[in-house]
Write a new protein. Structure first.
Length: 852
C-alpha cells in the first residue's frame, strides 16, 4: 500500500548481504562533491561535532544493488515504471538495473561484468518526480510492513454502513510516504534529510551545510553571531530547518508524490495525511499530538489563542485541486478534519460543485456552513459508491449511464433503506443527493462542451436524463412517502402561557444583573452574558427567527437609529393615543431575512439601552474589530456571531418552565400566528402580520395556522353531528361558529352521559357557587355580546336561561345524593322532579341535568 523508496530500502537490506566495512561513517560537513557522493551512495551518517572535513569514498555499488535486489525480491509486483519512480533517490537508471538482472522476481547474482562499475554521482535535491495519473482503487488493508512485521498499516475507513471497510482516501494519496526512523544493530541511523530554504537541497546535517554554503545570508550571519549551544541560536536554526521542511512537504503534498519530513520521525509507517503543520513553528506533527505540542511550542505567540487547532493547521496545507481562494479559506480549510473531508478536498468534481455554490452563497457567512454540508454529502456518497463499484475512484467516474445502478444502490445503503417497510431512515438525504448529482452532471457536461469532448458530453447528458426519468421511481417517491408518513399523528404543541411568563421574568432579572456587572467590572465574560440575554429577549419579544436576530449588524442598528424620523401628521392623526406612544418609544431595525426578504426587528427602550452599552464597550472587552455583528463573539479573535437559538434555550432551561422543549423560535412564531387566527383578522391586518414575521400569506396559512386537528375537532365536528341527526336544514345560512349543539341535538340516554351537555356548558357556563349570587334577568331581556355576528348574516339575539338562587336550592335538595356521589341524573328522574317542584316549571329536563 505504501511503496518504499530505494533510500528507505537501503536500511532494510539483509545484514548478511552487507559488508560491515562499507558502513563507515562519513563526514556531515563536506563540500559539494563529497555531499553528492554520500547522498547517491546512501551511506549511514553519524553526527560529527568536529569542524574538520572528512569523507568516505567507499564503493556505492556494493550498497545500492543489494538493497534494490532485496526490494525487488520481496516486491515481485514492481515493474519498470515502478523502478523509474524508485531509482531517482539513488540516481540509478532502470536500464542499468535491467542489465544487472534486477528485473526478475527472484534474487539474482550481479553479473561479473558489472563489478567495479561506478555509478554516476549527482546530488539529490528536492526535485520531485511527476505523479502518475493512475486511477486504481485504493483499499486500506492490514498488512505487515517489511521493516516491522508486527506493525500493521492503518485503516482509514470511517465506521458506519457507508464504508464497509473500503478506504475512503483517493488512490493517489498512497504515493506519499513519511520518513521513518531506522535502527541498525540497535543504534540509530542518522539518515534524515533536511531541506535548505536557500538552495533547496537536502542535507543530513543542515547546521554545517548552512555554515559552509550560506554563511553570507543575513539569517545565517545572525545565527553565527550567537554563542554556540545558546537557546537563541538553537531556536533560529530550528526556525530555518522547519521553514525548509515545510516548503518541501507542501511541494510533496501538491504533487501527491514524495517523502514527508516530519518534525520527529516515527518508528513505523504512518499515513501521510495524519501529519499536519504547527501554525507557529511550521513543523509537521501527528494530528492527535498537535494540541499537546502547541501548548508548549517555543514559537507560539502568547497573545494568539484559539480553538480548532487541527482546522487552523490544515489551512496551511496546499490543495491538490484547483479552487478559488475564497472557497479554500472560508469553506475547505474550516471543514471538520476527517476522512470524509479529505475525500471532498481531493475530488475535482466535488470542489467544482462547491465552487458553484460559493459563487452563489459564499458572500453570506452563515451560508458557508450549507456549502460544507453539501460537499460532505457528495463525499459520503462517493465513499458508498466505492464500496459498491471498485472501479470508481472519483465522482466524475460516477457520471456515466452504466453507473446509475451502483449509484441507486449506494444511495439506498447510505440512507438506510428498509425493503420490508419500503421506507428510509434518512429520507431527506436521499432527496438532496438526487439534486446534487444532477448539478454535478450539469457541471461535467459544461466542461465537456467547452473542451469539445463529445463523448463526455453525451455521457453526462445521458446520466442526467436517467436521473430525470428513473430517480423518482427508484428513490424520490419512497423518500417523500416516508416524510409524509412521519407527519401522521404528530402532536402540534405550542408554548404554555405560564411558561412564557416564567421565561420573561427570568430574562428581566438576568438582564438587570448582567447590565450592572458590565458597568461595574467590564470584561469579556460580562459583555458576553449581557449580549446573550439581550439576544434572547429580542427573539422572544419579536417572535423572530433566531438566525435573523443573531446576524443583526452594527451598521443595521446605527442606520436605523440615525435615519429615525418622526411620522407625518396625517399618519399620527389616524393613530390612537397608545399607538402614538408605541411609535415614539420603539426603534425599528431592518435585517436580512429568509430568501433575502427585508424583515423588521422592534426594539424597546430597554433593549436599546442594552445595545448601546454593548457597543460602548465593544472594543474594550476584546471583541475583534473586524467582527461586524452586533452580538459578536468576544473570545478567540472570532468574526462570528453568538448563536441565538442557544441563548434562548439556555434562558428557557434556567427559567424553570414546565415544558422547555416547547419554547423555540419556530414555535413562538406559530404561537403568534395561532393568536392572530383566533382574533379573526381581516386580509389587510393579516398581511401586516405576515410581513412582520417574514413570510407570505400562503405560508402563513399552511404552516403557521392553528393545527388542523384542533380546528377540525372543534369546528367541523359540529357540522357532522348535526348531519348525523338530520338537523342540518335548521342551520341554513349560518356559519360553523353559529351552530350550537343545544340547538342541533337532543341526546338520548343511550349516549355517553358525560358528553351530553358539553356544548351547552361551553356557551352557557353555570357554576353552582357563582350562580347563586347572580340575579335572574328580566323576562324577555336579551343578553348582548353572547355570540359574534357573522360577516354575512346577523345572528339573532337569544336570552340566556339562568337558574335563580331558589331554583338552585331546589335542585340541590332533590339531587343531593347524585351530587354527593357524582352521579348524572337520568331523563326520567329529571322529568319527575319537574312535576313535583313548582319552582322548576318552565325549565327543560336537560337544563336540570346539566345543573346537577
Amino acid at each position: 500500500l505504501f511503496p518504499r523508496t530505494a533510500m528507505e530500502n537501503l536500511h532494510l537490506e539483509n545484514e548478511n548481504e552487507m559488508d560491515s566495512s562499507n558502513s563507515k561513517a562519513g563526514s556531515l560537513f563536506m563540500d559539494s562533491e563529497e555531499e553528492s557522493d554520500a547522498h547517491s551512495s546512501g551511506k549511514e551518517y553519524v553526527p560529527d561535532t568536529s569542524e574538520s572535513d572528512s569523507g568516505s569514498d567507499n564503493s556505492e555499488e556494493e550498497r545500492v544493488y543489494p538493497a534494490l535486489k532485496h526490494t525487488i525480491s520481496t516486491r515481485p509486483e514492481l515493474d519498470r515504471s515502478s523502478l523509474t519512480t524508485l531509482t531517482p533517490m539513488v540516481n540509478v537508471s532502470p536500464e542499468s538495473l535491467h542489465a544487472a538482472g534486477l528485473f526478475t522476481s527472484t534474487p539474482v547474482s550481479r553479473p561479473a561484468a558489472a563489478t567495479g562499475t561506478r555509478l554516476k554521482k549527482t546530488a539529490y535535491n528536492s526535485q520531485l518526480p511527476v505523479p502518475s495519473t493512475s486511477t486504481a482503487t485504493s483499499t486500506c488493508t492490514v498488512s505487515a510492513s517489511p521493516s516491522s512485521p508486527n506493525a500493521p498499516h492503518p485503516s482509514f475507513a470511517e465506521p458506519g454502513p457507508q464504508t464497509s471497510g473500503t478506504c475512503i482516501l483517493p488512490a493517489m494519496s498512497t504515493k506519499i510516504t513519511v520518513h521513518v526512523a531506522v535502527k541498525k544493530n540497535g543504534k540509530r541511523v542518522y539518515n534524515k534529510l533536511q531541506k535548505c530554504k536557500f538552495c533547496e537541497k537536502l542535507s543530513t546535517n543542515l547546521t554545517k551545510h548552512l555554515c559552509s554554503k550560506h554563511q553570507r545570508e543575513p539569517e545565517v550571519c545572525n545565527i553565527l553571531s550567537k554563542p554556540k549551544q545558546s537557546k537563541e541560536r538553537k531556536l533560529m536554526l530550528e526556525r530555518i530547518r522547519n521553514i525548509g521542511n515545510f516548503q518541501h512537504n507542501c511541494a510533496v503534498l501538491k504533487a501527491n508524490e514524495g517523502i514527508l519530513i516530519p518534525w520527529r520521525s516515527p518508528s513505523e509507517e504512518v499515513h501521510p495525511h495524519d501529519y499536519i503543520p504547527c501554525e507557529f513553528c511550521l513543523g509537521f506533527f501527528l494530528k492527535k499530538e498537535l494540541w499537546r505540542h502547541e501548548e508548549n511550542c517555543k514559537f507560539r505567540s502568547t497573545a494568539k489563542k484559539g480553538r480548532k487547532v487541527i482546522s487552523r493547521s490544515e489551512g496551511l496545507l496546499p490543495s491538490s485541486t484547483k479552487c478559488s481562494r475564497g472557497l479554500e479559506e472560508n469553506v475547505l480549510q474550516r471543514m471538520a478534519s476527517d476522512g470524509i473531508t479529505l475525500v471532498a478536498k481531493t475530488d475535482s468534481l466535488i470542489t467544482q460543485f462547491g465552487e458553484k455554490l460559493y459563487q452563489k452563497h459564499g458572500h453570506l457567512p452563515h451560508r458557508q456552513a450549507y456549502i460544507k454540508q453539501k460537499l460532505r454529502e457528495l463525499a459520503r456518497l462517493l465513499v458508498a459508491i466505492r464500496d459498491e463499484d471498485s472501479g470508481v475512484t472519483e465522482l466524475k467516474d460516477v457520471i456515466h449511464p452504466s453507473k446509475f445502478s451502483p449509484v441507486v444502490s449506494a444511495v439506498k445503503k447510505l440512507c438506510e433503506y428498509e425493503p420490508l417497510t419500503n421506507s428510509y431512515r434518512n429520507p431527506s438525504l436521499a432527496l438532496k443527493l438526487g439534486h446534487d448529482l444532477k448539478k454535478c452532471a450539469g457541471i461535467l457536461r459544461s466542461q465537456a462542451l467547452m473542451a469539445g469532448d463529445c463523448i463526455l458530453q453525451k455521457e453526462a447528458a445521458d446520466f442526467r436524463d436517467l436521473c430525470e426519468s428513473d430517480w423518482q421511481d427508484n428513490i424520490s417517491s419512497c423518500a417523500l412517502s416516508t416524510l409524509e408518513t412521519k407527519k401522521y399523528n404528530k402532536p402540534h404543541v405550542l408554548p404554555l402561557t405560564e411558561d412564557m411568563k416564567k421565561v420573561t421574568e427570568y430574562i428581566v432579572d438576568q438582564r438587570a444583573a448582567a447590565l450592572l456587572e458590565l458597568k461595574t467590572a467590564p470584561s469579556g465574560s460580562s459583555w458576553h452574558a449581557l449580549a446573550k440575554i439581550a439576544l434572547a429577549n429580542i427573539i422572544l419579544f419579536n417572535r423572530r427567527r433566531s438566525g435573523e436576530a443573531s446576524r443583526m449588524l452594527v451598521s443595521d442598528y446605527q442606520s436605523a437609529k440615525g435615519n429615525r424620523e418622526a411620522p407625518e401628521d396625517d399618519i399620527l392623526s389616524a393613530l390612537s393615543p397608545l399607538e402614538k406612544q408605541v411609535v415614539n418609544n420603539f426603534t425599528r431595525v431592518e435585517v436580512r431575512g429568509k430568501r433575502g426578504r427585508r424583515v423588521p426587528v422592534l426594539l424597546t427602550v430597554t433593549m436599546c439601552e442594552e445595545v448601546e452599552q454593548l457597543l460602548a464597550l465593544h472594543d474594550q472587552v476584546g471583541v475583534n474589530p473586524a467582527n461586524q455583528y452586533l452580538f459578536a463573539r468576544p473570545f478567540f479573535v472570532s468574526i462570528d456571531h453568538i448563536e441565538g437559538h442557544r441563548c434562548l434555550r439556555e434562558a428557557v432551561q434556567h427559567s424553570g418552565a414546565k415544558n422547555p422543549q416547547d419554547i423555540t423560535s419556530t414555535k413562538l412564531r406559530q404561537h403568534l400566528a395561532t393568536v392572530t387566527q383566533l382574533l379573526n383578522l381581516n386580509d389587510h391586518e393579516l398581511e401586516q402580520v405576515c410581513g412582520f414575521l417574514g413570510h407570505n400569506i400562503s405560508v402563513h396559512r399552511e404552516y403557521y395556522r392553528l393545527p388542523q386537528d384542533t380546528y377540525q375537532l372543534a369546528k367541523v365536528s359540529r357540522l357532522l353531528l348535526a348531519a348525523e341527526r338530520g338537523k342540518i336544514s335548521r342551520f341554513q345560512g349560518k356559519s360553523l361558529d353559529e351552530i350550537h349543539m343545544d340547538e342541533a341535538l337532543e341526546f338520548s340516554d343511550s349516549e355517553v352521559e358525560g358528553n351530553e351537555c358539553e356544548d351547552e356548558e361551553q356557551h352557557e357556563p353555570i357554576d353552582l357557587v357563582t350562580a347563586s349570587a347572580t340575579e335572574s334577568p328580566a323576562p324577555g331581556r336579551a343578553v348582548h355580546g353572547a355570540h359574534r355576528e357573522s360577516a354575512a348574516n346577523k345572528k339573532p339575539q337569544r336570552a340566556r336561561d339562568y337558574l335563580s338562587s331558589d331554583q338552585i336550592k331546589a335542585v340541590r335538595k332533590h339531587f343531593a345524593r347524585h351530587i354527593e356521589h357524582s352521579l348524572v341524573p337520568k331523563k326520567a328522574e329529571c322529568l319527575k322532579i319537574l312535576e313535583k317542584e313548582s319552582l322548576l316549571h318552565g325549565k327543560s329536563w336537560t337544563k336540570i341535568k346539566c345543573s346537577v
